[in-house]
Design a protein around this ligand. Structure first.
Ligand code: GSH
Length: 235
């Protein structure tokens, strides 16, 4: 397999042929370039939460066995745990954080809890605004979404992350999408999302130092090719 991510040693995605053995034993089903999945994958990479086997699949291939026997919604990510299959990345990151060992990535402080919830909820709107902008006046329409993040990063001044000095689920919620958007917007529109957004620039720089995140990054060339085929061809 070509190096889709920044880690060349990952297993090859499963294809249409149903794999041997149990499909359901604490396995996290993923597709390498999926930003939703990447949220859960970052959590999985933390040494103390290395709780599950990663099962990459080729989601483009519409695997019958995955839909029938693993996750009827037929999307990634999904995680099997205690006989149940759980999907939805924002639910999953909270589930994993609360149900497995290791220091929590959710804040104790009530003000930070409230802000964390607000930002996690906003992430769907953020993604929608930016994805929609790819089919319109991109730079103008995407800008306010990144301004929202820049303003949010001003809230706690004790560190570079959304909740201050501690890396949290909020950072995990956003970084997979910001990574893809930054690469695509810069590569295709020459639009640098960090220009005149110093907090966002610093946040991206600091998240890039997080070991759990590094191997989940998609090769920038793959992002530009994939997003160009998804969003530009249909103009
Ligand atoms: N809301 C879901 C979205 C998951 C999702 O859309 N995953 C994509 C890959 S990035 C997928 O499985 N697509 C297959 C499909 O939509 O049929 C989540 O946050 O987990």
């Amino acid at each position: 397999m070509a190096a889709v991510t920044m880690n060349e040693h990952l297993p090859t995605p499963l294809d249409a042929i149903e794999p041997q053995g149990s499909l359901l034993s604490l396995q996290l089903y993923i597709a390498y370039t999926c930003p939703h999945l990447q949220r859960v994958w970052i959590l999985k990479n933390r040494p103390v939460q290395n709780y599950t086997k990663l099962v990459p699949i080729n989601i483009q291939n519409r695997l019958a066995w995955y839909k029938e026997k693993v996750y009827h919604v037929n999307k990634v990510p999904s995680l099997e745990h205690n006989g149940k299959v759980i999907g939805e990345s924002l639910d999953l990151i909270k589930y994993v954080d609360s149900n497995f060992e290791g220091p929590s990535l959710q804040p104790n402080d009530p003000t930070k809890q409230e802000f964390a919830e607000e930002l996690i909820t906003y992430s769907d709107t953020f993604n929608k605004i930016v994805f929609a902008s790819f089919k319109g006046d991109t730079v103008k329409e995407a800008g306010p979404a990144f301004d929202h993040l820049e303003n949010a990063l001003h809230k706690f001044n004790d560190g570079p992350f959304f909740l201050g000095h501690e890396f949290s689920l909020v950072d995990i919620t956003y970084i997979p999408f910001v990574e893809k958007f930054q690469t695509f917007l810069s590569g295709v529109w020459n639009y640098e999302i960090t220009a005149a957004r110093p907090k966002l620039a610093k946040w991206i720089e600091e998240v890039n130092k997080i070991d759990a995140y590094k191997p989940t990054k998609t090769d920038p060339k793959v992002i530009v090719e994939l997003y160009s085929s998804l969003f530009l061809a249909k103009h």
